[in-house]
Ligand binder design. Structure first.
Ligand SMILES: *[C@@H]1O[C@H](CO)[C@@H](O)[C@H](O)[C@H]1NC(C)=O
Ligand SMILES: *[C@@H]1O[C@H](CO)[C@@H](O)[C@H](O)[C@H]1NC(C)=O
Length: 472
């Protein structure tokens, strides 16, 4: 099956491209400028080599210089329009389901599961999406989760001493938090063994789609089946408990999915849970790690954040949890959060497909059926949009608002439902970290942007408990 799949990909991609180009010429569409590279592989190899450097946007920078802010290329088997223009990006995000629809490479959809939120379209997406958004809305849930977040973070930090691999620790915290929020499952052996399988799934996401037949990818697919089975057991058990009215009612995501008269099937719920796990895990833990790295490298910002957080902690009893009002009184920390999201751009952009011919600025047309990539990172790192764009400068957020060109969580109907949660987790984490520890980097470590944003060595640091730390 794999071989025939590859073969058909190999045959269909250049043919489809030629056909599209022929049609485009015939109707005198003005395609945006650019090059489709070699037949079949297009410019995929250039893309991959480019991202092995330290520059966050080498592939895009180079093409923007040559062709302007919107250009065509050919990557991962398809001709694609790349947009680095805030106006065109907005058009793409706001017209979800009308002019553009979601479209991810096959390797990613297989891993996510056919019914995952990322891939859903139309009505079903609307229903699921509003569920996750409502979830964020209620005050009780907020209080409830803030307590969990705080407790779990404290518990994890409690075991830190000496040399710590920050990225690994952040991942552990994020996974445990997500399991708790989704299914009220406390950390233990079960979550650790699930996490091991889950790590294999994540690896699969970052094998390049050319290697659809690679061992890593096959292992990831197998691991996904195991994760889905484990989750399905929980879903069935909870459904039974609900029907028999056994056990205390729970207030987690799964309860919301089961309670509604939406009649989601077990399979739908499992795919949905897997997608939320994927969405939260890698992104939030990277955000936590990079915020600490940027702060470490910007001592003035760290000092200011520490002062703000110490003021909040000084007002509280030793073991009292942080509350919503505390979260809402960290203005400088919020600048640090925004700036980390802007510089690191953990989700660099989104893929869509044009549902019809779409005229864009400059007199160009995105032809129906073409893949589109809206790059958020290119907008956030463009000096025309942000002064000294490649510098970490949290104070810029005190000076002026970014208007609507800043979209770290996407936007429109597919705005990332976890955007507030990610901010809360990072803020609580920073509070507990700076009030309890001081730290220094254990080694030189560099930012990398491929296959995902992160650091080369997972950011090792030496932590030391602060002698004046108010809590243990
Ligand atoms: C999520 O919760 C925050 C905090 O209450 C609120 O400001 C925001 O509007 C909520 N988002 C949605 C889409 O309901
Ligand atoms: C951070 O960015 C959000 C948009 O995602 C914006 O609404 C908010 O005002 C910004 N915060 C600060 C402190 O500038």
């Amino acid at each position: 099956m794999d071989a025939s799949l590859l073969l058909s990909l190999a045959l269909s991609a250049p043919l489809a491209t030629l056909l599209l180009l022929a049609v485009a010429r015939r109707f005198r569409w003005r395609l945006p400028p650019g090059s489709l590279g070699l037949p079949l592989i297009g410019e995929t190899l250039q893309l991959i080599t480019a991202y092995k450097t330290e520059n966050p946007e080498p592939f895009i920078d180079d093409r923007v210089r040559r062709h302007g802010p919107v250009f065509i290329t050919h990557v991962f088997g398809e001709p694609t329009v790349f947009s680095t223009d805030p106006e065109v990006n907005r058009l793409i995000l706001q017209n979800e389901g009308k002019l553009f629809e979601v479209s991810y490479p096959g390797s990613i959809s297989n891993l996510l599961g056919p019914r995952s939120l990322l891939l859903m379209k139309g009505e079903l997406h609307k229903r699921m999406h509003s569920l996750t958004m409502n979830f964020n809305g209620s005050a009780t849930i907020r209080r409830h989760f803030l307590l969990h977040i705080d407790r779990l973070i404290r518990l994890n930090l409690g075991s830190w001493s000496g040399r710590v691999l920050l990225m690994e620790e952040a991942k552990k915290i994020t996974f445990e938090l997500t399991m708790k929020q989704l299914m009220s499952i406390d950390p233990g052996e079960w979550t650790e063994s699930l996490r091991k399988e889950y790590l294999l799934v994540i690896e699969g996401f970052f094998t390049v789609p050319i290697t659809l037949v690679s061992a890593t990818y096959r292992r990831a697919i197998r691991a996904r089946t195991k994760v889905a089975e484990a989750l399905a057991v929980i879903v069935r058990q909870r459904r039974r408990e609900r029907e028999e009215e056994k056990g205390a009612p729970k207030s987690d995501m799964l309860a919301t999915l089961l309670v509604r008269d939406e009649r989601f099937s077990d399979e739908e719920i499992v795919d949905f849970l897997v997608a939320l796990l994927v969405a939260g895990y890698e992104t939030t833990s990277t955000l936590m790690t990079l915020a600490v790295k940027f702060l470490t490298e910007t001592p003035l910002a760290l000092a200011q954040l520490k002062e703000e957080q110490e003021e909040i902690s000084a007002k509280k009893d030793l073991l009292e949890g942080l509350e919503w009002i505390d979260y809402k009184s960290m203005p400088f920390t919020q600048c640090v959060v925004n700036e980390t999201l802007r510089v690191a751009n953990i989700v660099s952009g989104v893929f869509r497909r044009a549902m019809t011919d779409i005229p864009i600025k400059g007199g160009y047309v995105i032809p129906k059926g073409w893949k589109v990539f809206a790059s958020f990172r290119a907008v956030h790192l463009n000096p025309e949009n942000f002064k000294d764009a490649r510098k970490f400068d949290p104070w810029r957020w005190q000076k002026s608002s970014s208007g609507n060109i800043y979209t770290p969580f996407g936007g429109g109907p597919r705005l990332c439902p976890g955007y507030e949660l990610a901010r809360v987790i990072l803020s609580v984490f920073l509070n507990r970290l700076v009030t309890r520890f001081s730290w220094v980097p254990a080694e030189e470590d560099k930012l990398v942007f491929f296959p995902t944003t992160g650091t080369q060595k997972r950011y090792p640091i030496f932590v030391k408990q602060r002698e004046d730390s108010a809590w243990k």
